[in-house]
Design a protein around this ligand. Sequence first.
Ligand code: NAG
Length: 293
Amino acid sequence: MSCLILKLTTVELLLLCFCLQTGILGHENGPDVVTVIVKQGNDVILPCSLSTKERITSKLFDWKKGGQEVFMYDAGIHYNNGRSGQDEQFKGRVSHFPGELKSGNASIIIQNTRMEDGGDYTCDFSRLEPRQIFHIKLVVERTFKDRSGEITGAAAEPYITIVDVTEDGVQLKCQVQGAFPQPKLHWQDSDGNVLPAEEPQVSERGGHYNVILYSTVTSTTTSRFSCVVKQEDISHIVNAEITLPDKLFEDKSCPVAGALIGGWFSGALTVAAVLVLFEVAKYIKKHCKKGKF
Ligand SMILES: *[C@@H]1O[C@H](CO)[C@@H](O)[C@H](O)[C@H]1NC(C)=O
């Protein structure tokens, strides 16, 4: 019995899906909307064409996004040849296709899309009889990249130091200074796996954030670790890497060596010095095996 109910429900669902897809249920939720997806920073064409393909060279069409004026064309006069009133956000980034006007095509191209360009647009032929309005939804997909040269407040490459070498592993410190908005940090191995870390230590001064994130890494398949800094709001990502000598993870049977290396490392060493310390570690280990420590 329960099987039968389930079957009926499935059939009904399928029917419903079919009806929705083919539009049998009509557009009770509003007009037809064309959705266009673009990656942040790329150019995008918002389509708008009269089905009649009639010449619109001397007609009026107006592109809007909510209350914002995106692009208005009126018989050859538009925002790129003297007409005023265009919203600041779109200035210098929007144009139409003059060669397409003869076939009723009022599509526009938006260059270098920004996150705030995403939303609902209308392409309105307000003087046509009957009036024609087209609805286009633009989805801008966030694209993270290094924007430190481009946006003030975008975090610079973080600073990595080795704090300590203990039985538990190698304690790494990642530090970012003077970033706004507040960045999020994480440690990952070279396979991209996010590593467990302590709670970040955040301090703020003059609207700029300093963040420190500690993580104790252990020997995995890799010895290359990176600290990744992200600022979601400005789509900024930057990272720094450190490659630890395998020896650091070996030979826990020689605690003196570990302590020595640890003590040495905690003296605020730069990443570049790691290779030198690698030699030190080797030396200590060699002597350790000989029983000198
Ligand atoms: C309208 O013009 C644009 C830009 O040239 C083009 O990509 C689009 O395919 C045209 N649309 C139609 C329906 O011809």
